[in-house]
Design a protein around this ligand. Sequence first.
Ligand code: SF4
Length: 376
Amino acid sequence: MARRTATAPRPDASAPPAGPAGAPADAASRIAAWQRRAGRHGLPWQRTRDPYRIWLSEIMLQQTQAATVVPYYERFLALFPTVVDLADAPQDAVLRAWAGLGYYARARNLHRCAQVLRDEHGGRFPATAAELARLPGIGPSTAAAVAAFAYGERAPILDGNVRRVLARYFAVEGDPAAARTVRRLWEHARALIDAAPAGLDMAAYTQGQMDLGATICTRTRPDCARCPLAPDCQARIRNRQDELPTPRARRAQPLRHCWMLIAECDGRVLLERRPDTGIWGGLWTLPQFEDAAALEAACAGLAAAGTPLALAAIDHVFTHFRLRIQPCWLRLPGAAPTAAGEGRAWAPIGNLDAHGMPAPVARLLAGLYADTPLPR
Ligand code: SF4
């Protein structure tokens, strides 16, 4: 059912003439002015034109809320103050600093991108969105955000929040993830800038779109009464805020199962490093098995006398599926070997945070060894 917005402004008959592709000539300026007046200003990556800091924040902010990103961003900058410091760091150190933020391909690409910048660009960022978009892990919207914030380029962005704002403002129908819809949204994003005056404050405009999507034009309760786009927003005028963007067809999320072994010996826990590609690529996790029989066979291989103790199962949600983890805890007698083989380590329980681990594994171990400091 469409949401009523009794206090929202009425359609403005004296709105400025539309620019290219139907974009009002003052819409971008309204967003920039609103951002300066009412947008977010205290975030640590604002008020800088350093492309390294802007790029770092933009990658971290993908699929992640600003409040979650802040401590990670500050820790990253303390560990890797420049892009060359990041490039020179071992991948393990980068993944360890990233552990808990999720979507670990972002961290691996971040590291690879820093190395390309060091090796092929003299440690400097290119100054245009087109060149930035050719670097590993930098999509067109991130490239545009870096170019707009760092260099003032009139480059349009289209992250998830901005897609929602533009789909409502221009009443764009269709699955927001479909290529055809995305192409139309990009055209509108470009048109808004093309229609705007030459002196458009690109930093305020770009930040303003992000802030609008995060704080005003939210997914479920758009606050149209406080929105600078309200006078000519097509969704608001037609009372269709709840119908736009077109909801995606919900697909049932499959449930997968796995077993994890917490093999403890002499105050240490056995960890395995994941291959660089795939889920949790490059991170340290507990040995993982597809079924209980494979886990028991592994226990026999560790010369364990006892039977592993099943702990409470935990669920972890990925984008396309849910993973139910059945942890099994096994205490081994004797002293832990100092070397565990390629990609394996007997990690001291008091020093597990020296290994970058996925959040559910870190939480599982933190719960088990509650008196011992563990990763976030
Ligand atoms: S007027 Fe309402 S629906 Fe339209 S962009 Fe603003 S908050 Fe979103």
